[in-house]
Design a protein around this ligand. Structure first.
Ligand SMILES: NC(=O)c1ccc[n+]([C@@H]2O[C@H](COP(=O)([O-])OP(=O)(O)OC[C@H]3O[C@@H](n4cnc5c(N)ncnc54)[C@H](O)[C@@H]3O)[C@@H](O)[C@H]2O)c1
Ligand SMILES: O=C(O)CC[C@@H](O)C(=O)O
Length: 530
């Protein structure tokens, strides 16, 4: 008999599968504190949560029998994934069940915003008959900018077209072909900022999407724009938004999510006449709650019964026979993938994985999964992609995976390479494990290098001219950026060259821009490998 604890309010109908299963005993105990959970979790094989329960390392440590944590929803930011992975606890989510519901909430927010519905309601029930203060705008013939064209963003775009809107879509995985199929115009963030009358965000919160609409974007944004966030708090800079509304630049905003949830009573959104809010209700419909509970209950049963499952968001077990040869290459694979994703511009169409040397004789499928994980996690969020779901996610986003094997490994025992083909370019990174030195990046595009894939790196392409290294060093030094390591690669004396600097902390964007402006510098890009 497997024991399952449900610690958040989850649809009864959705979990009926578990209630009816003869090998499952289910307890519902909601609203427990961390201490209370720690006390009781030891007897359970599975924990089923929504977004309220914070599943901490302490809870998992106490959960000696815990095999699986199910999240009835998409975001797993309330679960310590690393702690789960360390303990071999599988974390599963239900990414599809609330797509339409959240899309419809986004539309409800957009329309309420366009027509001042919450504000007009409050006045009317307060006894005022005010028909002058609430003149709205139509959606027809307006431009909607959708940042994040995944499951929810694509559904929002489809509905916006039915309203007669022109849709501009931006997503690192959105190709010209897919945009055409969806009937949206492929755009950059900049295009959206300049042209959109409404902007809605549907990305995860990642270091790259954090404040993707911030002070800088508000300084160029189209006057009168209206902004909607039903994805994650923090994608839009809340304080910069309030300033932009007060300056008369932004006409209003509708938010379902906050940087801190619940927001404090003093949060400026809560008293602002031009901002409407809901308390993270995007997924709150009867249908979505049933869908996500059914999806996650099915997967949970499969895992407990030792059957194949999908939608695992953390580390999978790797077959024992390949583990010893491949495992040392998994972290390198993730970092090579992430490095390549950070330097390649344009939507990724193809990932070419190269395995040469002794690896040519091994089934390298598991390693490919880790490399693809590294590429996708940069855009989709590291809590959403793992080696179990990476190939599936690549397929659903139309990213082709090619694996090339060869015994020729340029003098290394094994060489692993990743080439990303995007709409715009092809970028390659290769690496190896060096006896006594650990993981190394050995090649970036056509340049041989020897770089530890760790921490903050600056990749600079430049002309091989005297003084260039000194100028970069002086500029970074004067901005308090300490260079820990430096590698220079070139093919011809005086020709095109690259520099890879290991720096002790993240380099501010404006300093990177100053580096890129130096004479004989071509590009400067920061890469973070953690
Ligand atoms: N308000 C709610 O209750 C609620 C409900 C469900 C989902 N969500 C949130 O909505 C968001 C979208 O969910 P989804 O199911 O569509 O996820 P998804 O993974 O299908 O789509 C996210 C998309 O964002 C794109 N993206 C990543 N970085 C980007 C960037 N810098 N610029 C533009 N696009 C970028 C990804 O490529 C991906 O296609 C998530 O944050 C999810 O947690 C909120
Ligand atoms: O209502 C919830 O459970 C939150 C849903 C949503 O934010 C998600 O990520 O699925």
């Amino acid at each position: 008999m497997f024991k399952v604890l449900v610690s958040d309010p989850i649809s009864d109908l959705g979990i009926s599968l578990l209630v009816e299963a003869s090998d499952i005993s289910i307890d519902k105990k909601t609203g427990l504190s961390e201490d209370e959970l720690v006390q009781i979790i030891g007897e359970y094989d599975a924990l089923l949560v929504r977004s309220q329960t914070r599943v901490t390392e302490r809870i998992m440590t106490a959960g000696k029998q815990l095999k699986v944590i199910g999240r009835a929803g998409v975001g797993v930011d309330n679960i310590d994934l690393e702690a789960a992975t360390k303990r071999g606890i599988v974390v599963i989510n239900a990414p599809d069940g609330n797509t339409i519901t959240t899309c419809e909430h986004t539309f409800a927010m957009m329309m309420a915003l366009a027509r001042h519905i919450p504000q007009a309601y409050l006045k009317t029930v307060g006894g005022e008959w005010d028909r002058k203060s609430f003149v709205g705008v139509e959606l027809r013939n307006k431009v909607l900018g959708v940042l994040g064209m995944g499951r929810i963003g694509s559904e929002v775009a489809a509905r916006a077209k039915a309203f007669g809107m022109t849709v501009l879509g931006y997503d690192p995985f959105l190709t010209e072909e897919r945009a055409e199929k969806l009937g949206v115009k492929l755009a950059s963030v900049e295009d959206v900022v300049r042209e959109a009358d409404f902007i809605t965000v549907h990305t995860p919160l990642t270091p790259e999407t954090r404040h993707m609409i911030g002070k800088e974007q508000f300084s160029r944004i189209k006057k009168g724009v209206r902004i909607i966030n039903c994805a994650r708090g923090g994608i839009i800079d809340e304080l910069a938004l309030v300033e932009a509304i007060d300056a008369g630049i932004v006409a209003g905003a509708a938010f379902d999510v906050f940087e801190e949830e619940p927001p404090t009573k003093e949060h400026p959104f809560l008293s602002h006449p031009k901002i409407i809010v809901t308390p993270h209700l995007g997924a709150s419909t009867v249908e979505a709650q049933e869908n996500v509970a059914i999806d996650v209950s099915e997967q949970l049963l499969h895992i407990l019964r030792g059957e194949p499952y999908k939608n695992a968001v953390n580390m999978p077990p790797v077959p024992a026979d390949v583990l010893s040869k491949l495992e040392p290459y998994f972290p390198l694979g993730v970092k090579l993938g992430s490095f390549a994703a950070q330097i390649a511009s344009g939507p990724v169409k193809e990932i070419v994985v190269g395995c040469s040397g002794e690896l040519a004789d091994v089934d390298t499928q598991p390693l490919t999964r880790y490399i693809v994980q590294g590429v996708l996690a940069h855009h989709l969020g590291s809590d959403q992609v793992n080696a179990v779901n990476s190939m599936h996610l690549a397929k659903t986003r139309g990213v082709n995976i090619v694996v090339n094997k060869s015994h020729a490994s340029k003098g290394f025992t094994n060489l692993v390479s990743v080439t990303l083909r995007t709409d715009k370019e092809e970028r390659t990174v290769a690496g190896a494990l060096l006896n006594g030195f650990g993981a190394r990046i050995t090649q970036i595009d056509q340049y041989p290098v020897d770089v530890a894939p760790e921490g903050n790196l600056l990749l600079i392409s430049h002309n091989d001219k005297p003084g260039i290294i000194g100028r970069v060093g002086t500029l970074l030094g004067s901005n308090d950026v300490n260079i820990a390591t430096m590698q220079v690669g070139r093919k011809l004396v005086g020709g095109a060259a690259i520099m890879v600097l290991g720096v002790d902390k993240a380099v501010p964007k404006d300093v990177i821009a100053q580096v890129a402006d130096l004479t004989d510098l071509v590009t400067a890009k920061e890469i973070q490998l953690y």
